[in-house]
Design a protein around this ligand. Structure first.
Ligand code: MRU
Length: 357
């Protein structure tokens, strides 16, 4: 997608150097960072310079490629795998990408691994872009159906949580891809953007939508239920960090509450996901490890101050804080999963991916 008229991906490489849009400073400043060694890749994922399940996977693949430059041995490969896997526990794309790198590289002779690893990282990025484009095309059909039933002059109102946008993937986003494709087609849409405390990923979504000219309002995380009761939400679309084989959806903390409110108000709740986000090894969402992050993310808040980006304390100093970063929405609350192969009821996910049954 575009920033100030120039097309970007969230991650790319130039001369064997990996570049990322450093998300710590968005939406206030667009800064590009370079990742050059394993420590830098691990830090970038753990400290959320890059974030969003698909982008975490793509970054890990580039991390492996970068390690192969200096140590293409079996030991080098395993060290990269172990260190990157330990960075964030919930998004399954991380493990998916690392498993794919290891399975591809291990049978190859060490002297050939560098080239193969860089190509694989680029392939994973290109595949992600294409998958998300297809998710958008399938999700667009849902929006078009809803638009057809709306009175003339009323936009389709979509609520989204967190940032499942292009900046959380390599391009397009997952939840936002149908939104961008609907906007590009000239459909009248409006997006309610959940703030998504504690890290306010909604501000990234607002930044993306604003850059693309999509009408939206940024709302507090507590506003969604009220808007639904008032008939001001036509559908919810979220992303996911890991969805089980039975369709339980793990996503950013607060997603579950939106699904409950949508269910109570008879509003369709969709989750958009690329197939690498499906964990075929588990069925029950309760088995997904939920990342507990540093309490400072809750106790403090970052924003644009008079002298640049500043962080201020929200809570009384010393307040004890808990910060679970994800929750699980049971399949029974999910209307449909929007995948690159089509839209499916959560319980029927395997029907689209028979190779996993
Ligand atoms: O902690 P984050 O910002 O990495 O969490 C991101 C999300 O929860 C997204 O909704 C999810 O990764 C889907 S991104 C296409």
């Amino acid at each position: 997608m575009k920033i100030d008229g120039k097309h970007y991906r969230s991650i790319w490489d130039e001369d064997q150097t990996v570049k990322i849009i450093d998300q710590r400073w968005l939406p206030h400043e667009v800064r590009i960072a370079e990742l050059r060694d394993l420590d830098a890749f691990a830090t970038a994922i753990r400290d959320m310079w890059v974030r969003g399940a698909p982008l975490i996977g793509a970054t890990a693949a580039y991390g492996v490629a970068s390690v192969m430059d200096s140590d293409a041995s079996d030991a080098g490969l395993q060290t990269a795998y172990d260190k990157l896997l330990a960075t964030r526990p919930t998004a399954i794309n991380l493990k998916w990408a690392l498993e794919r790198c290891r399975a591809t590289l291990q049978p190859e002779a060490p002297e050939t691994r560098v080239e193969i690893a860089w190509k694989l990282a680029r392939d994973i990025c290109d595949e992600d872009v294409e998958i998300n484009r297809k998710i958008g095309a399938h999700g667009l059909e849902i929006i078009e159906r809803i638009a057809a039933d709306k009175p003339a002059g009323e936009p389709v109102r979509i609520l989204t949580h967190c940032n499942a946008g292009w900046i959380a993937t390599v391009d397009w986003g997952t939840a936002t891809s149908p939104i961008y494709q609907a906007a590009d087609k000239g459909l009248d849409i409006h997006v309610w953007v959940d703030e998504t405390r504690p890290r306010n990923q909604g501000a990234l979504t607002a930044w993306e939508l604003g850059s693309h000219g999509v009408a939206h309002d940024y709302i507090t995380d507590n506003a969604g239920g009220h808007l639904m009761q008032k008939g001001l939400v036509d559908l919810v679309i979220t992303g996911t960090d890991r969805t089980t084989a039975a369709g339980d959806v793990c996503n950013k903390i607060g997603t579950y509450l939106k699904a409950l409110a949508a269910h109570d108000n008879g509003i369709p709740f969709y989750t958009a996901l690329p197939s690498p986000t499906i964990d075929w090894t588990i069925r029950d969402g309760a088995d997904i490890p939920i990342e507990m992050r540093n309490g400072d993310e809750v106790a403090r808040i970052q924003g644009q101050g008079a002298n640049g980006i500043e962080t201020v304390q929200v809570t009384p100093k010393g307040t004890s804080v808990a910060n679970p970063a994800f929750d699980v929405t049971p399949a029974r609350l999910v209307t449909g999963l929007i995948t690159e192969r089509g839209v499916v009821a959560p319980g029927d996910l395997a029907s689209l991916f028979p190779e996993h049954t």
